[in-house]
Write a new protein. Sequence first.
Length: 53
Amino acid sequence: MEIDEKTYNEIAELIHSNESPVGIDAKKTHILILHKLTQIEKRLYELEKKESS
């Protein structure tokens, strides 16, 4: 799965914490999950919009 650099960096900034010893793999995993959830949310919105009309 490809994530554009801007989206990746925005999500990385959101989950960044200087107090937490989060490793690169854990951060990447969270970024991928959040990105996919956003995509799912958009698809669900479109389906609900179609159902309402």
